[in-house]
Design a protein. Structure first.
Length: 398
């Protein structure tokens, strides 16, 4: 018997409507964080929860958290250490951090920083610390050596040997399956099965200082420098095929050290040690200089919301800054076996899905189905039965 095809209905999907107040721009403003020796920052997918670490006067650094997008900050229950790396789950409740001194290993928190647990971990995972969106898996990079994974949020660590050496940085997909590692020699290795096997795409050919990417790591941004590392004359390269091909981007040749990306890989932000911050909203094709303070922006100092409209920058000698642009999530619809799937990238503001049977005299009502988070692309998804008649949907900011 041939499967029956559901009767097609006219479906109109609106772009999101947002309330006024946030204008598009490249201007940075200080958050409520105190001036300090900030070393790292991370945020939740919607940008509402922020965690930032300080090195202090070794080893007296602290870890601070903000639950209101950076307006107010509170020291967490983490011990005083020379903190160098922090990472966060998509909801901001599960945090992990590494210190440059004291005992080696990772500290983790499952309650937004109220309590912390130390785990004996890899010898010295200083280069990168990343977290899957659900907070279950951690990625650590031991500079000049190898990649480590913890499938149980720090309790145990497994070495994932790569076919390249001198690894300096790595990126982790939000679903915890894909890894892209880059070496000081400009080589790149990628894995789509959590490091069980590796492939060798064509690397950028220059020392890899930092790599970041979209949620699935299909789109990558790489900060490189002329060998030997470190050297003057650094550049920015982007890839739309997980490193198979690279494009050099039109930016000044300065010491680019930090990068962050939106979940769809269309928005990039980069920071330099000489005080420049540049951003792109077209996957690196064009770049705009930001009105950022002339502070030192080092590795681990940038964090982006999933939609790229809220970005935090932590200065090595200063405060934590934020740049906000108006979120306008695009609502997408598609047919699935059970009916209809509506999806949109997690926005950095609260939006409500609504529907109406007609646009002649529309009466909008809230869709009460709660969205589920797709860990692979950081999209909200709502599944609905096949509509019996024409129906129109929109997202409205609350």
């Amino acid at each position: 018997m041939k499967p029956t095809t559901p009767t097609s209905r006219i479906l109109c999907v609106f772009f999101a409507t947002a309330s006024a107040g946030l204008a598009f721009g490249q201007t940075w403003i200080p958050t409520g964080a105190p001036s300090n020796s900030w070393s790292a920052v991370a945020c939740s997918a919607d940008g509402s929860k922020v965690v930032a670490a300080t090195t202090g006067n070794f080893p007296t650094g602290q870890i601070f958290i903000s639950n209101d997008g950076g307006t107010t900050w509170t020291p967490t229950g983490a011990p005083l250490e020379g903190w160098t790396l922090v990472t966060s789950s998509a909801d901001g409740t599960r945090l992990a951090a590494l210190a440059a001194v004291a005992k080696f290993g990772a500290y983790t928190s499952t309650d937004s920083g109220a309590a912390w647990v130390w785990h004996k971990g890899p010898p010295y995972a200083y280069g990168t610390l990343d977290c899957s969106a659900d907070g279950s898996t951690l990625l650590g990079v031991e500079v000049d050596y190898n990649v480590y994974l913890s499938p149980d949020f720090g309790d145990t660590w497994v070495e994932r040997r790569t076919p390249i050496f001198d690894i300096n940085t790595a990126a982790f997909s939000t679903d915890g399956t894909t890894i892209v590692a880059m070496s000081n020699g400009g080589e790149i290795a990628s894995s789509t099965n959590a490091g069980a096997t590796w492939s060798l795409p064509v690397g950028p050919g220059s020392a890899g200082n930092w790599v970041a990417g979209s949620a699935d790591l299909r789109r990558l941004i790489c900060l490189t420098s002329t060998l030997p590392y470190p050297a003057v004359g650094q550049s920015i390269l982007t890839s739309a095929d997980m490193g198979q091909t690279w494009v050099t981007n039109p930016v000044p040749a300065v010491d680019w050290l930090a990068a962050a990306a939106s979940a769809d890989g269309t928005k990039f932000v980069v920071g330099s040690g000489c005080g420049l911050i540049y951003s792109s909203s077209d996957s690196g094709t064009t770049w705009t200089s930001n009105s950022a303070p002339a502070l030192h922006w080092y590795r681990n100092c940038l964090a982006s919301s999933a939609d790229g409209n809220t970005v935090f920058a932590a200065a090595s000698a200063g405060g934590v800054w934020v740049r906000r642009t108006t979120p306008a999530p695009v609502l997408r619809a598609g047919a699935v076996k059970s009916g209809l799937k509506l999806s949109w990238l997690v926005p950095s503001a609260t939006f409500q899905l609504q529907q109406t049977p007609s646009l002649g005299a529309p009466v909008w009502s809230d869709v009460t189905n709660l969205p589920a988070l797709n860990l692979a692309n950081l999209n909200h998804e709502v599944f609905l039965p096949q509509p019996p008649a024409n129906v129109f949907f929109r997202l409205v900011q609350r």
